[in-house]
Write a protein that binds this ligand. Sequence first.
Ligand code: TTP
Ligand code: MG
Length: 390
Amino acid sequence: MLFSLCLSILAEILENRLLLIAEPLVDPMLSLRASRSQRKIIHCDADCFFAAVETRDDPLLLGRPMAVGGEPERRGVVATCNYEARRYGIHSAMSSAKAKQLCPELVLLPPRFDVYKQASQQMREIFFEYADLIEPLSLDEAFLDVSQSIQCQGSATRMAEEIRQKIEERVGITVSAGVAPNKFLAKVCSDWHKPNGLTVLPPAQVDVFVQALPVNCIFGVGKVTAAKLKRLGIETCGDLRRYTVFDLLTVFGSFGQRLYDLSRGIDNRPVVSSHRRKSLSVEHTYPKDMAAVEQCLQQLPSLLIDLNTRLQKIEVEYRIAKQFVKVKFSNFQTTTMECVSHSTDMRVFLDLMQQACRRSEKSVRLLGLGVRFVDRKAVKNLRQLHLFEQ
Ligand code: TTP
Ligand code: MG
């Protein structure tokens, strides 16, 4: 018992070794405690997930450019493609027609969600062999907090290696992983040596690593914010650090705080096991663009049936706060409209849809309906407020 405890402490010290060496040890016990409180997060992300599952089930696909997605004739889009296809410039969400144009020999397969779900479940079972705290982000991606795990003598690096190996053996696909002291960095790391790579960022290397990181690695920094930052001469996290938190709050609002923290590699978000969804929606791309608003409105009943069916499948505790509609026009411009509501009222959807469709002269290629849910925290605060008032 004592021996394994010593081993686990030793493994932890080794993993944080650079931290211990780099910082002058004023009080060795204090530093040891600090390193012990350091979190160890693993982020796993399967490589070209749907495509990998298809190749596993049909090895003839090996080495050939292939994608999973909708038919080009029905204006389908690519869900994902293998790395061979990516060399042609094909990517997720590209229209299948464009993908075929870029690579005429592309093998395009329809998705088989049940099979992907099964593979995802198998992956999750392997994650549970190493951590209790698992936060799935999607079918093929999850964060694991292994700070308290005693497997592999507590070495997160070895746990990540074993997880990757077991998934390859049992599920038949490869997974890339990142090991770091927080979620932000673990996710960046899992992408660092994709596909089939493992990247470990020890605490002592965080500062140097983050300094050189391009700002678009920060979640929430899309093309628009990246361009805005570039105009200010900010391209890396190191550049961001020249600004005070007040500067960033002034320019970017509350997002400025996140920019300030993440550019220093600080991310205290915990790994949360049950991820609550914020909204639920259904959408459909039509085989032919619809020019008349009335034609769009006629599609609503069937969309509403789909939405209600999906709503029935989720937990009852979700309470609706808003209804919204989405319209994508023929030029791919998308608009949404929403309003406060506590149900899926057809008249409300009709009204929102009418207004949304009129926002452009263009014909319509996609329609969507959805609901946003009440934030559980907000409900709790409200209840507390009522109690307080009473
Ligand atoms: P991702 O992990 O984003 O992509 P990927 O696993 O295919 O490729 P990578 O190696 O870059 O991780 O998404 C996981 C699966 O989710 C993907 O295989 C298909 C599906 N998906 C869609 O259906 N539509 C999308 O737009 C994206 C991004 C993914
Ligand atoms: Mg993936």
